[in-house]
Ligand binder design. Structure first.
Ligand SMILES: [Zn+2]
Length: 64
C-alpha cells in the first residue's frame, strides 16, 4: 500500500476562484491535471501545467 499517494502535496490547496468574466465563484484545485472552465460562461479559470496550475481568475481565498 502506498498511502503517500493519498496525501496532498504540501503546497497544493483548493482555491475559491472568481471568474473575471461573469463573477461566478468556483472551487479549483491548485494542482489540477485538467483545464478548469467556468460553469456559467465557460471562461478558462485554470490551466494545468503538470505542476501548479496557472490561475486566470481572481483567487478569493484558500479552502484548506
Ligand atoms: Zn464565468
Amino acid at each position: 500500500m502506498r498511502y503517500r499517494n493519498l496525501i496532498p502535496k504540501p503546497r497544493s490547496a483548493f482555491l475559491l476562484v472568481k471568474c473575471k468574466s461573469c463573477g461566478n465563484e468556483q472551487i479549483v484545485y491548485s494542482h489540477t491535471t485538467i483545464d478548469i472552465r467556468c460553469n456559467v460562461c465557460g471562461n478558462l479559470l485554470a490551466e494545468h501545467t503538470g505542476g501548479k496550475a496557472k490561475i486566470y481568475g481572481k483567487i478569493v481565498r484558500r479552502l484548506d
